[in-house]
Design a protein around this ligand. Structure first.
Ligand code: FDA
Length: 367
């Protein structure tokens, strides 16, 4: 008999929920995590009394009541509403595109005026079949919004000119003819009071967790410890990259502690001009209405993924999707391994999606 029922590789959201639910059902779990902390990309670190979102801004939002009720058992959430600001040179605009944005851009007051202005801009270009992302964006919102709020930001995000990016990347651009700058449409939204890490501490309370352990460096040893494995790492790495490597975009975060209580007055400011090298600045204290004497800001740079970088965003183009399908076929044959989470499924998931996925997986598994 093996020492554990489950070896869980990765103490992120998927792995931690699985560990919590399996333990609740009387199973013995061991969680290994290659980083020196739990929480995966949701991890928050206390700096100057401020909960810093170490791997990028994390705003919880969902319309799924089951998911919302589930996460509430691990934390109380505040009423944070994501209302990012776009900065283009010295002009500030509200996001997502709404009446405040249109008023600033053209001085229009009523929804009818705004709609007419956008229609006029789209008609001026007479694009019938957009050949690239630039044409696609202009055909949806017109040239002014494209030039000031989309072009530079998108080019920094992808590291390529909008004219070289495929049109399908932007399927639709939400345009709101109301004065509502709540970024998300979801019913529930907020930030866990005290940061995200506490959620993971509560989920993993009483469960054996080993930090700083990479599954691949002692693979045989760990595989032999448990009857089943829940793997939330990179699927291509699990199979020894035998069909080739899946591609990602990465990010670089430059953090700075500033000796002032308030730097930019908002949690998220997007820099939409190409000349500023970063895509946005996050000021972490505003996620929790912090009143600390200092502040922590993060300049977020989008970058090509290189060896040693964090694999943040999968590039789900035809080549990578085909490659993933091959790995998925191998994964489906392994009856003692559950592949879960964003890296093992090579897909971007929001937190609420991961919770739903993990609960579905648990329910199917322990039926
Ligand atoms: P996650 O990556 O969190 O966890 C996997 C864990 O496995 C990691 O801790 C990793 O170190 C570990 N691991 C991997 N390989 C291993 C190995 N070989 N051995 C041991 N351990 C290993 N969502 C949202 O709802 N609102 C938001 O605002 C944001 N914002 C956001 C910003 C950025 C920049 C990103 C990249 C993502 C978001 N998200 C988000 C998404 C959110 O981060 C995501 O849904 C969850 O973190 C996914 O949880 P997982 O458990 O799948 O992966």
């Amino acid at each position: 008999m093996k020492k554990y029922d489950y070896l869980i590789v990765g103490a992120g959201l998927f792995g931690s929920i699985f560990a919590y639910e399996a333990t609740k059902r009387g199973k013995k779990c061991l969680v290994i995590e290659k980083r020196d902390h739990i929480g995966g990309n949701c991890y928050t670190q206390n700096v100057e009394g401020i909960n810093v979102h170490k791997y990028g801004a994390h705003i919880f939002h969902t319309s799924n009541k089951v998911v919302w009720d589930y996460i509430q058992q691990f934390a109380e959430f505040n009423r944070f509403t994501n209302s990012p600001i776009a900065r283009y040179k010295d002009e500030l605009y509200s996001l997502p595109f709404n009446m405040l944005t249109f008023n600033k851009m053209w001085g229009v007051i009523t929804p009818q005026e705004a709609e007419a202005k956008i229609k006029e801009q789209i008609a001026q270009e007479s694009i019938t079949e957009p050949k690239n992302l630039e044409e696609q964006a202009i055909s949806l919102v017109g040239r002014d919004i494209y030039e000031k709020l989309i072009k530079g930001y998108t080019e920094k995000q992808w590291g390529r000119k909008c004219t070289e990016l495929p049109a399908f990347i932007i399927k639709r651009l939400p345009v709101r003819y109301t004065y509502d700058n709540n970024y998300f449409y979801d019913t529930y939204q907020g930030i866990p009071i005290g940061g995200y890490t506490g959620i993971f501490e509560r989920m993993l309370d009483g469960i054996e967790v080993k930090l700083g352990v990479d599954f691949f460096t002692e693979r045989e040893y760990y595989e032999n410890l448990a009857d089943k494995i829940v793997f939330t790492g990179m699927i291509d790495e699990y199979f020894g990259y035998q069909f080739g490597k899946l591609e990602y975009r990465s990010l670089r975060f430059d953090n700075e502690v500033l000796d002032m209580p308030n730097y930019q007055g908002n949690a998220v400011v997007n820099y939409t001009e190409a000349e500023v090298p970063y895509t946005r600045i996050i000021e972490h204290k505003h996620f929790e209405y912090g009143t600390q004497p200092k502040t922590v800001i993060t300049r977020e740079h989008s970058k090509e993924y290189e060896e040693g970088d964090e694999p943040y965003y999968p590039i789900n183009d035809a080549r990578n999707n085909e490659l993933y399908a091959k790995y998925k076929e191998l994964a489906d044959e392994k009856s003692n391994v559950i592949f879960g989470g964003r890296l093992a499924q090579y897909k971007y998931f929001d937190m609420h999606n991961i919770i739903a996925e993990a609960l579905e997986c648990v329910n199917a598994h322990f039926r």
